[in-house]
Design a binder for this molecule. Structure first.
Ligand SMILES: CC(C)(COP(=O)(O)OP(=O)(O)OC[C@H]1O[C@@H](n2cnc3c(N)ncnc32)[C@H](O)[C@@H]1OP(=O)(O)O)[C@@H](O)C(=O)NCCC(=O)NCCS
Length: 326
């Protein structure tokens, strides 16, 4: 069976930078509180009229360019998002049209694990020989679904998109060695947006209660995130007979720097192996992993032949890992 390989990466973040300093003038918080607990200094916020598919198309164009592919070469588009432009159609379809592609396209709802879920799906299509060029995008505009008066959530999130172009691996050694996905729907309540779906369709009453915004039990999410990510990475290493010391780079979902530190400490992997950009973007949900991967690739930090582990967890709770040789 042929493995898949990522041959192009790209990312896009909106221009507007919202710093902790600026936030602390609007709500009762401080740069010191936010930075010491999360590692975040600033985040990007999409401008009015800039939607999830607009961020996605910029990231996708950059990834296609790196891959040396045209939009018409793409035979499947997968977008991980929980802030689609609208409930229907899928943002992946809007992206398809904006790119000038006619590939089948669908969204994956796995919150911050959206890109890892998407990558795993793309990998299955390529391994089975069904598709030969898959565009996987993680794109979210969480600034539209956080309550900007709730200091326990709004300081954490930002907007961005990241993209990966995946094709069959032609090298003897290299590409995506494994993907592992997990979920625990019994934890749905600890991180959710209650309204806007069939449970609580938008109404004046629902809006007055603020049910259209992200609700989170931060402490619980923190605990489950550390536990789940440690076991997902162990699973990736075990499945491939790879020792933690052999991993050159960790591309983690950037939810909280303390989560990444804690996970790597438990795995005895030095923090220097992690590519970190949370200070500039905050938690960008499904965009986080591909944005971080792209920065690692474009900065020259990730070299051909390096072993890379990617991991992410998000609302659901949904989580997963992948191990690949770049
Ligand atoms: C959100 C998080 C940073 C909160 O840190 P914490 O140490 O657990 O803080 P707590 O929620 O216990 O709050 C501690 C105090 O700080 C206050 N506080 C919360 N947000 C604050 C803010 N932005 N600024 C200042 N104070 C704040 C709380 O009100 C609380 O005050 P109290 O003790 O007087 O009640 C942390 O729980 C976390 O990162 N969790 C994981 C979240 C996550 O990653 N979500 C996405 C997953 S994909």
């Amino acid at each position: 069976m042929v493995r898949s390989r990522i041959v192009g990466t790209g990312h896009y973040a909106p221009e507007f930078v919202l710093t902790n300093e600026a936030l602390s003038k609007r709500i009762d918080t401080s740069d010191e509180w936010i930075f010491s607990r999360t590692g975040i200094r600033e985040r990007r916020v999409a401008r009015e009229g800039e939607h999830t598919s607009d961020l996605a198309v910029e990231a996708a164009k950059r990834a296609l360019e790196m891959a040396g592919k045209k939009a018409t070469d793409v035979d499947l588009i997968i977008v991980g998002t929980v802030t689609a432009d609208m409930p229907m159609p899928a943002s992946a379809m809007l992206l398809q049209a904006k790119l000038g592609s006619n590939a089948p396209a669908f969204d994956v709802s796995a919150a911050c694990a959206g890109s890892i879920y998407g990558l795993s799906i793309a990998d299955q299509f390529i391994r089975s020989g069904t598709k030969r060029c898959v565009l996987v995008v993680g794109a979210d505009v969480l600034s539209r679904v956080v309550d900007w008066e709730d200091r326990t959530t709004c300081v954490l999130f930002g907007d961005a998109a990241g993209a990966m172009v995946m094709v069959p691996e032609t090298r003897e050694v290299g590409g995506v060695y494994s993907t592992h996905l997990h979920g625990d729907g019994s934890q749905a309540d600890i991180l959710k947006i209650p309204a806007g779906g069939s449970a609580f369709p938008l109404s004046a009453d629902v809006l007055a209660q603020g049910l259209q915004y992200v609700k989170m039990n931060g402490r619980e999410v923190f605990k489950i995130a550390v536990r789940s990510l440690v076991s997902a990475v162990e699973e990736a290493l075990d499945a491939n007979g790879v020792a933690a010391s052999e991993v050159a780079h960790i591309i983690s979902h950037q939810a909280n720097l303390r989560i990444v530190e804690s996970v790597l400490d438990k795995l005895s992997i030095p923090m220097e192996r992690a590519i970190v950009n949370i200070q500039r973007y905050g938690n960008t949900s499904s965009a986080s992993v591909p944005v971080t991967l792209d920065e690692g690739v474009r900065s020259g930090r990730i070299h051909e032949g390096d072993l890379v582990v990617m991991m992410a967890i998000g609302a659901g709770m949904a989580w997963g890992s992948t191990l690949m040789r770049w």
